[in-house]
Ligand binder design. Structure first.
Ligand code: HEM
Length: 540
């Protein structure tokens, strides 16, 4: 080979190296998820996200058909949109957090004071019992504000005894609302208006007591003004671009603050331990209300942040549950067969003797197959939210390596309307179909007599059905939502004879078509109807 040997070896090594580097490069290119197209880089997707969410979601759906992860630039931020059962389930694991997203909500939607927001920012130990391994701040219990919030929710919203207490008090308060209506007279009613007013009064009283309504004239109307801006506030636009939204939030927050100050002055905090497990006391109301006050005091919240915390609690309580209930009541009234079947089911859950006679047994109600199917279907079709997480470590998702700190969003709408998962030959996934989550089973009794019965059976779960999100940050109020919705439906259906009159546009004029989702709310969780239903009803 003579003197050319080392040269050839060097050249060979050089070419091998080049080819390895370029293969590596093309592999790392391959590992990048595809991007959602944009006409004006960094701008057009962000603009569409804020102004035409339905179109944004439809484009996302198309892109997610080709890849389980799609990148999308929204201004300076890169999002990773995900779909598919296993991919979505993966972002609900512990290597992801929702803290940054919640922090935006606390800051912009609720209006926490900056001094208190700093306490959340300083705590990166997460909401789980064990602090995150890589947390950089103090993990002393008195600094773990996220974990303390999570525990407050678990005790006051998720636990069986808090759910039982809420079901009982909501039932009582909603019955009081209905009892103000005359018996035997046919009256014209607008379903959305009626439920928005009376459910929010009953749920507010059940959770915080009646005083917040007494000391704030127009409290319920002020809430619904604020509610319209829940999602747009979370974008955190500068105040000169968002004046109406911020002023609606501030009006409502000030009402909550006013009530909190009165309650705080009156409550004997020295005996707080005595009230720890009490279901109800007249000053703060329920356990979650007292828990929230205790948590805020533990972290020395300003009175501004207390106002914000209660405003957000009420937002969580009403903003999704009431639209879902409105849809359910509308679906049932729209379909006379369904109306009679539901009437029959709810009558089976009516307590007929003893001290609770005339009440509904919520556990029994919640086990009724058709009622459960209609509830599940309503959540499937009408919840539209981008469940958001940030990766706390480098992750492999859908075959792509994605760095720590990346933001992921799982659109419920893409999963819930997936034809392959939910569609049937006669009932496409986009359609509301009462019987989607029931199956007919044959039961044989001891004499050999065979009867057919409906059984509740949901066709998909996990990453294909997540109206309440998932993982450790799953909706803390999910166990409150179900009794509130099912008890309202049961009380409406069993207390009234109802006749449908017509659909109305939101300005009150006649509409030729029934209600569809109000697209202004897409991605905001439960989407309210864009039409009102006018009925005649008579209390029986
Ligand atoms: C049908 C009714 C409801 C729907 C569809 C709904 C939906 C959701 C969703 C999608 C999330 C985000 C979960 C995640 O990131 O994985 C959430 C969080 C939350 N929801 Fe609900 N929600 C409903 C009712 C309620 C009620 C009645 C309350 C009671 C106050 C409530 C309180 C909360 C709270 C506190 C969180 C934050 C949980 C955390 O990050 O630890 N929600 N909800």
């Amino acid at each position: 080979m003579g003197s050319s040997g080392p040269l050839i070896t060097t050249l060979l090594l050089f070419f091998i190296l080049i080819s390895l580097v370029s293969r590596q490069k093309s592999r790392s290119k391959l590992r990048q998820p595809p991007r959602l197209s944009e006409t004006i880089p960094f701008v057009s997707n962000a603009w569409q996200f804020m102004t035409n969410k339905r179109l944004f979601i439809n484009r996302t759906r198309e892109a997610l058909r080709a890849s389980p992860v799609v990148q999308c630039r929204l201004g300076p931020m890169t999002l990773h949109l995900v779909s598919g059962g296993s991919t979505v389930s993966a972002v609900f694991r512990s290597s992801f957090t929702s803290d940054p997203w919640i922090l935006r909500i606390l800051q912009h939607t609720a209006g926490y004071a900056s001094t208190d927001l700093a306490k959340f920012s300083a705590d990166d130990s997460g909401c789980a019992t064990l602090p995150r391994k890589d947390s950089t701040g103090s993990t002393a219990p008195e600094k773990r504000i996220w974990h303390a919030m999570h525990r407050t929710h678990e005790e006051g919203l998720v636990s069986a005894h808090s759910v039982g207490a809420f079901s009982a008090s909501f039932q009582e308060c909603f019955r009081e609302e209905l009892s103000t209506l005359p018996v035997g007279n046919w009256v014209e009613v607008r379903v959305s208006d009626f439920l928005k007013k009376h459910m929010s009064i009953a749920a507010t009283r059940s959770v915080l007591g009646s005083r917040i309504l007494e000391v704030n004239a127009g409290f319920i109307d002020t809430f619904w003004e604020y509610e319209q801006f829940g999602e747009s506030l979370s974008f955190g636009l500068p105040s000169w671009l968002n004046r109406r939204a911020i002023s609606a939030r501030e009006r409502f927050r000030c009402m909550c603050r006013k009530w909190y100050k009165l309650a705080d002055q009156e409550f004997d905090w020295d005996t707080v331990a005595l009230h720890q497990d009490e279901e109800w006391e007249p000053i703060f109301g329920s356990q979650i209300s007292r828990g929230l006050a205790r948590w805020g005091k533990q972290f020395s919240f300003s009175v501004e942040s207390f106002g914000a915390a209660y405003a957000l609690l009420l937002f969580g309580l009403h903003a999704n549950t009431i639209p879902i209930c409105i849809w359910m009541v509308m679906e049932i009234i729209k379909d006379p067969d369904l109306y009679h079947q539901i009437k029959d089911e709810v009558s089976q859950a009516n307590i007929t003797d003893g001290a609770l006679a005339g009440n509904f047994d919520f556990q029994r109600l919640a086990s009724m197959p058709l009622l459960q199917s209609v509830y599940t279907e309503t959540l499937r079709v009408h919840v539209s939210i981008l469940v958001t997480r940030t990766a706390t470590e480098p992750v492999v998702i859908g075959g792509y390596n994605i760095p720590k700190g990346s933001v992921f969003q799982a659109p419920t709408e893409v999963a819930h309307l997936d034809e392959i998962v939910w569609g049937t030959p006669d009932h496409p996934a986009s359609e509301f179909w009462t019987y989607r989550h029931v199956k007919e089973v044959e039961k044989t009794d001891s004499t050999g007599y065979v009867t057919k019965k409906l059984e509740f059976s949901i066709a998909a779960r996990g990453g294909n059905y997540f109206p309440f999100g998932g993982g450790i940050s799953i909706c803390a109020g999910r166990n409150f939502a179900k009794p509130e919705v099912l008890l309202t439906v049961a009380m409406i259906i069993s207390n009234f004879d109802i006749e449908f009159i017509e659909w109305l546009k939101l300005d009150g004029t006649h509409s030729e078509r029934p209600a569809l989702d109000n697209t202004g709310y897409a991605n905001a969780a439960a989407t309210p109807p864009d039409r009102e239903m006018k009925v005649m009803w008579r209390r029986i």
